[in-house]
Design a protein. Structure first.
Length: 296
């Protein structure tokens, strides 16, 4: 059965107060088009989680969509910091849980396995641990077998994981090329998965290399076929990041007023097609696809 739906129908699966696991990493493979749609819909009260946040998290937080953040870092890479994320954290305008990337990945893994927690040794002796213990998401215990110290981290079970994939079939089997970071664990832990795909191919093409399938069809709740849906971030073997637009965004994120102006121009007043036209249209997209830095 086909899982193909329009972008708006997929975005409607995310409700106020949901926990959304983001699938990108800094300026790579971010689900920008879906996030734009959530901003247009004025979704509120979200929890978002990811090992390394990128522009999609900054957009959601700056637009007032997020109540709680679970993460281990993030940036716009060489283009700058996540201005809206950092300001919200510094002002304590949102609740946040900051931990090592390993700890966050194992929290997803615990959720995927149906376990209440996962024992790890990451963060022992660090300043990261006490706030997590105080928040009730981690505990320091003794290994009942070896006697050494352990950290127990509470399982994470997102309501929705969102993933940008290079290729999928209409049934929702999605192939992700290049680094997958915490995507495997987040997808396995989440109650539902939304896939945004650059290309939809015949199922036989997916079956030829099943080891590249990140999301099997039975885990996919909705599949959106939307080329360039990760712009201005990079998608391995498809297109490079848009350096000009990332510089523009980094400048806009320095203040809430400039950010709001950016969102009014590139998000609230557009759909995906008109957004691509606003950033330079076919000429810009062709240039990114041909860029020699493909594979970032």
């Amino acid at each position: 059965m086909t899982k193909l739906v329009p972008l708006g129908e997929a975005a409607a699966l995310i409700h106020d107060g949901d926990h959304v696991a983001l699938g990108g990493f800094s300026i790579t493979r971010n689900t920008i088009a879906l996030v734009h749609e959530l901003v247009r819909r004025k979704v509120r009260g979200l929890t978002i989680s990811a090992c390394v946040l990128g522009i999609e998290a900054d957009l959601l937080i700056g637009a007032g969509c997020v109540e709680r953040l679970v993460y281990s870092g993030g940036s716009l890479d060489r283009f700058g910091q996540l201005g809206r994320v950092n300001e919200a954290v510094e002002r304590k305008a949102i609740a946040f849980e900051y931990m090592s990337g390993l700890a966050l990945t194992f929290r997803y893994a615990a959720g995927a396995l149906g376990l209440p927690y996962m024992p790890i040794r990451s963060m022992l002796g660090s300043d990261l641990l006490p706030p997590l213990v105080a928040a009730g998401v981690a505990r320091e215990e003794r290994d009942p077998f070896g006697g050494g110290p352990l950290v127990l981290v509470r399982a994470l079970v997102p309501d929705v994981a969102v993933v940008h994939a290079q290729v999928a079939d209409a049934d929702g089997n999605a192939r992700v090329l290049g680094p997958r970071w915490d995507n495997d664990e987040a997808v396995a832990a989440a109650r539902s998965v939304i896939v945004i795909a650059e290309e939809v191919v015949d199922a036989e093409e997916i079956r030829r290399l099943p080891e590249l399938t990140l999301v099997p069809s039975f885990r996919t709740s909705a599949l959106v076929h939307l080329p360039y849906a990760a712009h201005p971030t990079a998608v391995y073997r498809r297109y490079d990041y848009d350096a000009d637009h990332l510089r523009l965004y980094a400048e806009a994120t320095r203040s809430q007023r400039a950010f709001d102006d950016y969102v009014d121009r590139y998000v609230r007043s557009t759909d995906h097609a008109s957004y691509l036209a606003a950033i330079g249209g076919e000429a810009k997209l062709a240039s990114l696809a041909a860029d020699s830095r493909l594979g970032y």
